[in-house]
Design a protein around this ligand. Structure first.
Ligand code: HEC
Length: 222
């Protein structure tokens, strides 16, 4: 008797479940959502366009000629101290871990006789001019992948230019520095006609300075 009641109960439960499942399937068929062709919202984002002039959009590499215009060999000698672990800079001192760097500018790449260059650097044709040195020293492993110069590079434009200016002094005939490419920046020209003070400016030393110089000079001569 008891088990019969239980069977009825379980049967009812099972029946309910079946009905629910059937309803779920039916509902699914009736209310199938229509998937949109493009998922999600379309958000119209304008791509950042570089300014009309275009030039300074990316951190454009400054031409080495422009960098060299304000480079200092003295500062370069200081920066180049980090090279001395591997390089000699004086003439005839010979190689260390890297080849002697006296007279590098204008020298053929990988051409110090007796130095065992990597195949990577040997495969580079050409001479060390300001441009090649600039790319090389920015990241040696990018200029000559596989190079034996395990030096990360000088990512600082100014320091690199200083070092190159310094390297250029290590020669009997330093190469003339290249002319900066003055595309559209006339402002920084220090000797330009625009840099002159207005003629009547009080700072102008001509009248004030000339007089005392003469009056000082006159008594001394007499
Ligand atoms: C850890 C050692 C090491 C340091 C530091 C290092 N170099 Fe070098 N350098 C080398 C080696 C090794 C080579 C030869 C590379 C090859 O054969 O691939 C080399 C090659 C060169 C060359 C090419 C020379 C040639 O005859 O073709 C130049 C130029 C140069 N180094 C400049 C520098 C300067 C400038 C610095 C410092 C800013 C510097 N190196 C720092 C190890 C070094």
């Amino acid at each position: 008797m008891n088990s019969f009641e239980l069977n009825k109960l379980l049967g009812a439960l099972l029946g309910t479940c079946l009905v629910l499942v059937a309803m779920h399937i039916a509902a699914g068929e009736i209310f199938t959502p229509e998937k949109p062709a493009k998922p999600g919202y379309e958000i119209a984002v304008k791509e950042e366009q570089p300014p009309a002039g275009g030039a300074p959009a990316a951190p454009a590499a400054v031409p080495i000629a422009n960098l060299l215009a304000s480079a200092s060999p003295e500062r370069g000698a200081d920066v180049a101290k980090q090279c001395q672990a591997c390089h000699n800079f004086q003439e005839g001192q010979g190689p260390k871990i890297g080849p002697d760097l006296y007279g590098t500018v204008g020298r053929k790449i990988a051409s110090v006789s007796g130095f065992n260059y990597s195949a990577a650097l040997k495969s580079k044709n050409g001479t060390w001019d300001f441009d090649t040195l600039n790319t090389w020293l920015a990241k040696p492993s990018a200029f000559a992948p596989g190079t034996a110069m395990t030096f990360a590079g000088l990512s600082n434009d100014k320091q690199r230019a200083d070092v190159i200016a310094y390297l250029n002094t290590l020669s009997h005939n330093p190469a003339p520095l290249p002319k900066p490419q003055n595309a559209n920046a006339e402002a920084p020209s220090p000797t330009g006609p625009g840099s002159g003070q207005p003629a009547g400016a009080p700072a102008s030393p001509a009248p004030a300075g000339a007089a005392p110089a003469q009056s000082n000079g006159a008594p001394a001569n007499h």
